[in-house]
Design a protein around this ligand. Sequence first.
Ligand code: WQD
Length: 340
Amino acid sequence: MSKTVLVSGGAGFIGSHVTVELAQAGYDVVIADDFSNCDETNYKGVCAILGREMPLVTMDFCDAVAVERLFGQWHIDAVIHFAAFKAVGESVQEPLKYYRNNLLSFLNVLEAAKRQGGCNVLFSSSATVYGEPEELPVTERSPRQPATSPYGNTKQMCEDFLRDAVGAYPGIRGVALRYFNPIGAHPSALIGELPRGVPNNLVPFITQTAIGKRECLSVFGNDYPTPDGTCQRDYIDIVDLARAHVCAVARMLDGRMKAGYEVFNVGTGRPVSVLELVTAFEKVNGVKLNWKYAPRRAGDVTAIWADPSLANKELGWRAERSVEETLAAAWAWEKRLAGK
Ligand code: WQD
């Protein structure tokens, strides 16, 4: 009998790609989203890729009654929790909004999991928990640093909620996946990133500049202690990232976990500088990007990339796409959005 996976935030950038990979792997997927930070574009794209209407529940995960009702309506074998606010800067301006939304929604999921006598819970965490790392690459045993934003703090706190719930309530098993920098889009160009307003993140800013929506990309800082002076990150293809979720869900459902709570880095292990990314984008897509150096952006770490060997070994997963393939997919998506 096939297993049912609930994907909260399933209409968002990561959630939509995960839904596609889960469904293609044979899972029954229930998408839940409140559409507070996205429209129906990705939901429709998911249905188009899969060739069928996917079950969709429009709901707010801060509504405990609605979450309880959802768990009563479906037999949920595993839940993947994406539903959260994610703008780092906004979280500094409006910390309570972030704490209320990101913490309460996850508490409601954990309480529903407890009430039904157990569940497999996958939490979408972030490399932001490592702060400015002392050693590179970072492993799962690298220390978490005090969070520098309320957004980052909610990621750390939710990891702890899950760890403690697993420790206290039999039947709850948990995995936290720490994503590095997810970029790109589905090769069909039917789903992708849809930032509202001016993008904060690098790749959407690059594609919007290339298409002419933005005048010029600012490369924040050229005096970092890195080979070319710009920051280094571990950019992970969104479909590769989505596949890691399928591996983690299968591990939980098949009883292959080595502990009730496990943490995995989801990255490529390959550092790429801002300059290298810009150059790769221009080369693979044959476009010239208008960019200039600008002062450092407050709060940016100099360099971070993953040691993904634990996920490689335990999840049987590895990142496969080159950064060039990923940047080509990001560009195809931007062009499709622009109707070009
Ligand atoms: C990457 C690099 C910038 C924009 C953030 C969050 C993290 C996560 C993903 C979100 C940096 C440089 C960027 C621009 C630039 N989670 N840059 N010009 O900061 O590594 O991670 O997003 O849900 O928690 O912190 O990603 O894409 O913003 O920046 O030069 O216009 O690109 O300085 O070096 P970041 P990013």
